[in-house]
Design a protein around this ligand. Structure first.
Ligand SMILES: NC(=O)c1ccc[n+]([C@@H]2O[C@H](COP(=O)([O-])OP(=O)(O)OC[C@H]3O[C@@H](n4cnc5c(N)ncnc54)[C@H](O)[C@@H]3O)[C@@H](O)[C@H]2O)c1
Length: 385
């Protein structure tokens, strides 16, 4: 057995740990660029605390999914303001923008030199600015990963800027920051976390360390996601989801993902829909297709055993089969009002292009079984609704 395991330099987790942000930033720089979501009001108290600590704060507020243009603009802002540290404070969109900004602030070549799939994919030439990642959703685990997913509108696709150097210096995860999420955002981001834990657990690149993280995360997410959706003030459920999301990020950064995220890359470039909602629409269909394909073509696969173990963790039934797990996921997605791809704007005419682009996506390489173009088409047709 051989594996490597990469993680942020420091993980700070727990209720009310966000109050430590000024101290953690000041240990790394004096002039932070803080990338927030569009609603700056939600972050006012933390921005004020940074200023009161004597830090020279510049703010970049970003709306919607992160794009190459946002990252280039943030890097320009960081250089112009003399920033020496970057903070991502918000959902995965703010975190990914911050990660890309930190990388491009010091790597001044054309962004396409570094992008995967649509660019040259060159390694970063110099280390990024130090990055502190402070999630306010419980879903992406982007605080623990080495990539930023950026949309490239002219190519209608989302691709990663990726480097081990992009791992945050600090992941500061305060579950209280996620308590203000409304049910729809709780559902979309939480189903993304659950997807990541499941895809990393059944991935063809899973290892004992990522398995341990995924087991713990699946157990917590399975019980906490319905509870946090039903009652956003349930802080124990918020805490479990924040931890599940972090564990998912740590796992995916080291074990890859699978077909849900393989589809999410081209779909994210095609539809103006939140990433979590796209993942939620696909999860039951990809899970059922993977289990069927494994039973037909690779019945001894460890991934099939992993699907059974995940089913046992999620349903609480020790003897649960992979199919029982798929049925549990399907019912959870209904309970959380997961959308169909049609409601997110996909049409049947888009399916051939999405299938072709998904087959090239980096996440597809972690899927436990190679799905045929026919199977990929059937998944999208089912998820279309
Ligand atoms: N780098 C990675 O490893 C990785 C992994 C998975 C997903 N992603 C990326 O993350 C992005 C999605 O992130 P997300 O799911 O967190 O969504 P998001 O960042 O788009 O946030 C969703 C919505 O919730 C709002 N919001 C955030 N925190 C809130 C809070 N506490 N209370 C109320 N509203 C809040 C945001 O303003 C936004 O409107 C996608 O761009 C996806 O590609 C990255």
């Amino acid at each position: 057995m051989q594996f490597t395991f990469q993680a942020p330099g420091n993980i700070v987790f727990g209720r009310d740990t966000a109050r430590r942000l000024p101290e953690l930033v000041a240990a790394r720089g004096r002039a932070p660029l803080v990338v927030t979501g569009a609603d700056k009001g939600r972050h006012q108290a933390r921005l004020e605390a940074l200023r009161q600590a004597g830090l020279d704060v510049t703010v970049q507020a970003v709306a919607g999914e992160p794009s190459v243009a946002m990252a280039v603009e943030g890097a320009r802002l960081a250089r112009a303001a003399g920033c020496d540290v970057v903070v991502g404070l918000g959902g995965g969109a703010a975190l990914d923008t911050a990660k890309a900004v930190a990388a491009l602030a010091t790597n001044t070549g054309d962004v396409f030199d570094y992008l995967e799939v649509v660019g040259a994919g060159h390694p970063l030439a110099v280390p990024p600015l130090p990055l502190l990642a402070v999630p306010t959703t419980a879903g992406t685990g982007a605080e623990a990963t080495a990539n930023a997913v950026l949309s490239v509108p002219e190519r209608r696709v989302k691709v990663s800027l990726r480097s081990p150097l992009m791992l945050p210096a600090v992941a500061l995860v305060d579950p209280l920051l996620s308590a203000s999420m409304p049910p729809a955002v709780t559902a979309a981001t939480g189903l993304d976390a659950l997807t990541q834990l499941l895809e990393a657990f059944v991935s063809n690149q899973a290892n004992p360390m990522t398995d341990a993280l995924c087991r713990e995360g699946l157990l917590r997410a399975a019980r906490a996601l319905p509870a946090a959706y039903a009652d956003g003030a349930d802080l124990a459920a918020r805490e479990d989801m924040a931890l599940a999301s972090l564990l998912g990020g740590l796992a995916l950064a080291n074990a890859k993902l699978g077909a849900v995220h393989g589809f999410a890359a081209p779909l994210g470039g095609l539809l103006s829909a939140p990433h979590g909602r796209i993942c939620a629409s696909l999860l039951p269909f990809v899970t059922a297709a993977n289990i069927r394909a494994l039973r037909e073509r690779d019945p001894g696969s460890p991934s099939l055993a992993a699907y059974a173990a995940a089913a046992a963790l999620c349903t609480g039934q020790a003897q649960a089969s992979p199919e029982d797990g798929a049925a549990w996921l399907d019912s959870l997605c209904r309970e959380l009002a997961a959308p169909s791809l049609a409601t997110l704007g996909l049409t049947a005419a888009d399916i051939p292009l999405v299938v072709a682009n998904a087959a090239r996506a980096s996440s597809m390489r972690g899927n436990p079984v190679v799905l045929t173009p026919g199977e990929l088409t059937d998944i999208l047709t089912g998820a279309l609704g």
